[in-house]
Design a binder for this molecule. Sequence first.
Ligand code: ZN
Length: 392
Amino acid sequence: MTTPASTLITGIAALVTNDPALGRGPLGLIEEAAVVIADGRFAWVGRAADAPAADAVHDAGGRAALPGFVDSHSHLVFAGDRTAEFNARMSGRSYSAGGIRTTVAATRAATDEELAAGLARYLREALRQGTTTMETKSGYGLNTEDEARAVRIAAAHTDEVTFLGAHIVSPDYADDPAGYVDLVTGPMLDACAPYARWIDVFCEQGAFDADQSRAILTAGRDKGLGVRVHANQLHHGPGVQLAVELGAASADHCTHLDAADLDALANSDTVATLLPGAEFSTRAEWPDARRILDAGATVALSTDCNPGSSFTSSMPFCVALAVRDMGMTPDEAVWSATAGGARALRRSDVGAVTPGAVADLALLDAPSHVHLAYRPGVPLVSAVWHKGEQAG
Ligand SMILES: [Zn+2]
């Protein structure tokens, strides 16, 4: 099948554009809408009645449409399984196996082909649920060879690759955390930077403290990588302040924030990326999205898809959780899962349905984007265009 030069998608009951200049409210909502796709981009966006002709026509049949989801935080280069750990946690039993270390051992033992096949599978799974941009991280290799392999495999599948050698102190350096920081900021960074756009660190009690995190992030920044931080997830800590200090694109988790953290986020370009799948899957305290939004900070929603603490690839599920349990309105949650994710990746070409943007579009078997929260758990995404091509 040859791709037509231009495709008109019409019959859209309600279109989220995320451009207030194109439609109503912050979502730039257009009723009875249409779009024209050409050369992988949106060529025209507006009312169906005004649509220009195109080489091919797709009738959305009164469905709602929105930009493809931008999932700005996942950990998909891994092998193995943590079902037993999850089952024990949810059954109220203690479980003393190694957590991340379990996944590190399985990932090191896997072949390149196994890791690539797993990553491709989860990206396809996410695409079926409307995710057209997905960041993913290393962090289960924790030695130079296996971290470099992880970012190399990731780079073959997505443009948004993050080097997370500083996920935890490598088990190989259990007695020498300073030596591990030297490795991460030295040979490991040298090996990984060519394949990565971002550097990240787990700034948390038991992982990396403020000084270690600053050393790792500034080393990455000096190599040209953008900065992201796992911040304030399990406890209050220095992560958010450090993220803002270093001009990070995103501070991720943001569950335990004080007034100074809120103020720092609100007066910066650092996006607060909230990952409700993690709190859901660990029965932890929810981040207070309402408080963060009311402070004036920008919020993104993401899955944190990983085998340990949030094994969901579903952005619709995260939207529903954010509305139900984090105080977001449906409009805010949909914005955060699309335009918010784009901000967290410093991307202006995705997360919006505007002329010139990458033609990433999800159709819902529903008349409104609100159904993403109103009908939780229902597979509403019925068609996806990714870079102008219909997926599936
Ligand atoms: Zn994470």
